[in-house]
Design a protein around this ligand. Structure first.
Ligand SMILES: NC(=O)c1ccc[n+]([C@@H]2O[C@H](COP(=O)([O-])OP(=O)(O)OC[C@H]3O[C@@H](n4cnc5c(N)ncnc54)[C@H](O)[C@@H]3O)[C@@H](O)[C@H]2O)c1
Length: 442
């Protein structure tokens, strides 16, 4: 079976490489020429553990990349993995998706049967719209939302928790059989398949992300009260999580969720409610709590120092989560922006080299940020980063921070103060070294 994957970002690239590993002939198509050139040389334009090795294994064998849509003529299945960012009103911006569909229309012949699979996260009704646009073509459209987690995306591709497939008509077995044959090895591993209609599949994706975001906003809001009343939110989360009905995942209080999915998907879900004349009370609150959380944490820092002008901070963590280079909606970047605006000097560090490079480029080339970039230093070494600072701020949930030499760090800083925005540090150990510790809700 020949497969094309349109859009080779975090989702599409992993899909293309993963399907090549399954033995399919795969062509990845992207409008970004630089990316395509890099990929054909076996170089990964983004960081995900294990991805470059797999890319190198298959490139120019059963995997190639191109900017041309021509290869879709020979493809049996076409996966759509283009971005669906947020538009100015909060809706999902489907420009990239519809432009890809237009190109498909221009390229394929009306009689050749193809399965078009939408992996991008799209609002309810989008698969139906795509089918309408392709009504004169011999195609079946399948909704196959993606659930991978950046940072462990390659692992997630090979070990999904479920495969969700939405179809126009469940009596039409042809596309169902084709999708099942692509994901045959997941069937063998007894991974649950949810076979349903388009609308349900589309809503499953938004419901899952919004639920996880709500769990986070719930504990983050509770952390504010915990802070005031002298409770320890980490113990609260731990004890709550022992109840299997609640579970301990996504219950660690912090400075809010970021990334390329949760913020925009929560907002897009709100819009879908509103477009259907329903007030999404709970999900709106989830979004609001998240927007406020970083400001609340910043106030905590400001209250401690009083005047922040000229203070030097080490911000440990730049990307939106550990082990990724993705800065989209990163809380670290949001906090750095606020700190720089207050006249502080920021020394930033992330374990992922590409996250550091992306940050430098962002502050160099983004016109809204370039000015502040003068007071921002991105360093390759954690110990250099903490040298002579007035405070350390932890922004990404790296357990690795606990393995660092904190005695050495204590000797390097100017003032022994830590703001742990992810409640990740071993507080006892840190306090023993004379640090003043400020967590989130503890
Ligand atoms: N990143 C994640 O963790 C994640 C997880 C689950 C679902 N999703 C969803 O998957 C989709 C893709 O996300 P992503 O993070 O991979 O996006 P991305 O921005 O990393 O990649 C999108 C790619 O599509 C390319 N592109 C845009 N228009 C194109 C066109 N017309 N033809 C060919 N290529 C085109 C871009 O150049 C880019 O390389 C989104 O809908 C997102 O919400 C993302």
């Amino acid at each position: 079976m020949k497969i094309s994957v349109i859009g080779t970002g975090y989702v599409g690239l992993i899909q293309a490489v993963g399907l090549a590993e399954f033995g399919f002939n795969v062509v990845g198509i992207d409008i970004d020429e630089t990316k395509v050139k890099q990929l054909n040389k076996g170089k990964c334009p983004l960081y995900e553990e294990g991805l470059e090795e797999l890319l190198k294994k298959h490139i120019n064998k059963n995997l190639t990349f191109t900017t041309s849509y021509e290869p879709i003529k020979d493809s049996d299945v076409i996966f759509l993995c283009v971005g669906t960012p947020q538009d100015r009103d909060g809706n999902a911006d489907l420009r990239f998706l519809f432009s890809a569909v237009e190109k498909i229309k221009e390229t394929i012949s009306k009689d050749d049967y193809k399965v078009i699979v939408i992996k991008s996260t799209v609002p309810v009704g989008t698969n139906r719209k795509v089918k309408e646009l392709l009504s004169e073509y011999n195609v079946d459209v399948v909704s196959n939302p993606e659930f991978l987690r950046e940072g462990i995306a390659v692992y997630d591709f090979f070990n999904p928790e479920r495969i969700v497939l939405g179809f126009e008509n469940l009596k039409n077995k042809k596309p169902i059989k084709i999708m099942e044959s692509i994901y045959y090895c997941f069937k063998e591993k007894n991974i649950p398949f949810v076979i349903t209609n388009w609308e349900t599949a589309e809503l499953i994706k938004y419901a899952s992300n919004a639920f996880l975001a709500t769990k986070l906003s719930f504990i983050n809001e509770l952390a504010k009260l915990s802070d005031k009343v002298g409770a320890d939110i980490k113990t609260v989360s731990y004890a709550m999580g022992l109840d299997p009905r609640i579970g301990n995942k996504f219950l660690n209080a912090g400075i809010g969720y970021g990334g390329s999915c949760f913020p925009k998907d929560v907002k897009a879900l709100i819009k879908q409610f509103e477009n259907n004349n329903i007030d999404p009370i709970l999900i709106k609150a989830t979004d609001k709590v998240n927007e406020e959380q970083i400001k609340w944490f910043f106030e905590k820092i400001k209250n401690y120092y009083g005047d922040l002008n000229g203070k030097v901070f080490a911000v440990l963590g730049l990307a939106f989560k550990p082990n990724t280079d993705d800065l989209r909606e990163s809380r670290a970047i949001k906090l750095i922006d606020i700190l720089l605006e207050e006249g502080t000097i920021v020394k930033g560090f992330d374990y992922v080299k590409k996250a550091r490079e992306n940050t430098i480029n962002m502050y160099k080339f983004d016109k809204t940020k370039a000015f502040y970039g003068y007071n921002l230093y991105i360093l390759d070494d954690l110990y250099e980063t903490v040298k002579d600072v007035d405070g350390i701020i932890i922004t990404v949930e790296y357990d690795r921070f606990n393995k660092e030499d904190w005695e050495k760090i204590a000797n390097l800083v100017k003032e022994k103060v830590i703001f742990d925005g992810r409640n990740i540090l071993n507080v006892e150990k840190i306090k023993k070294l004379g640090f003043r510790y400020h967590g989130v809700g503890r």
